[in-house]
Write a protein that binds this ligand. Structure first.
Ligand SMILES: [Mg+2]
Length: 274
């Protein structure tokens, strides 16, 4: 991931619940709040394949509570396409940022990033056809391609580490030759137009809701760039085991923790002094 990953400047993230009292005060005191949640691995447990992931009813009802809180906005940020996110989590008042920031539909801000969509889609299709031939030639038919039109995800479940390194390295090189850059997440490598990470989309969305305290919760390396973009301005939370290197300020360990945190935010917003 190069500079987008976790570098030498990461800090030691604190367990979120150890800081609960101070956070409750900060959330209650903020005139506005904008909470961003990643989807896979954050609001729902990961499954053997992305298609098998299911949104829990408890996540849905917690989000509904937070959306209805005064002075509060909520958006989902994901590598999934925007249409897929809306289908999985169709909640009134919820904002959506799809394809790690390439698609935005949040409270009056409806746009695809400033890219040439047909040209990008054509590059993605060319890369897919070349990479599929290349890997199939080498007996790696188990790799699953997901064409997201503006990005190409390559799902690599259960490949041994040396094969994974070969696949990731080769795919990154092929992507570069097509003017695309690669980001790496859990069991997935994705080629996409350069310079349009999720953190940039989050910053752009926040600009339309001035003085909001940003909250961002995510579980993957692909969320690190949003943690970096928010820095000390926001409450950043990584869902990961203790000791994980991250730019987030706080750590929780499970989807259940995230759902509890959403209720915690909604409770704190109720205590807000108007
Ligand atoms: Mg995730």
């Amino acid at each position: 991931m190069g500079d987008d990953g976790v570098g030498a400047r990461e800090q030691r993230a604190r367990p979120l619940w150890a800081a609960a009292e101070a956070l409750r005060y900060r959330v209650a005191a903020a005139p506005k709040l904008f909470a961003f949640f990643d989807y896979d691995g954050t609001l729902c447990d990961l499954a053997a394949s992305p298609g098998r992931v299911r949104t829990q009813a408890s996540a849905r009802s917690a989000l509904r509570r937070l959306i209805e809180s005064a002075g509060t906005r909520v958006a989902i940020v994901s590598g999934r396409p925007l249409v897929a996110l809306r289908r999985r989590l169709p909640l009134a008042g919820l904002g959506y940022i799809g394809l790690h920031g390439l698609e935005v539909h949040v409270h009056g801000l409806h746009q695809a990033a400033l890219i040439d969509r047909p040209a990008t889609a054509a590059r993605v299709a060319r890369l897919q056809s070349l990479a599929a031939r290349f890997f199939s030639h080498r007996g790696l038919q188990c790799i699953i391609f997901e064409n997201k039109r503006l990005a190409l995800a390559l799902h690599t479940p259960s490949l041994p580490a040396p094969v994974l390194r070969f696949v990731g390295g080769t795919f990154a090189e092929l992507a570069r030759q097509h003017g695309l850059e690669v980001i790496t997440g859990k069991n997935v490598v994705e080629a996409r137009p350069p310079g349009l990470e999720g953190g940039i989309a989050v910053r752009r969305v926040l600009a339309g809701y001035r003085q909001a305290l940003p909250v961002y919760v995510g579980d993957d390396a692909t969320d690190e760039d949003a943690f970096r973009a928010l820095g000390a301005d926001g409450i950043t939370v990584r869902v990961a085991p203790a000791g994980t290197a991250t730019r987030a300020r706080y750590l929780v360990h499970s989807v259940a923790d995230v759902i509890r945190f959403i209720h915690f935010l909604a409770d704190a917003r109720k205590e807000r002094t108007p």
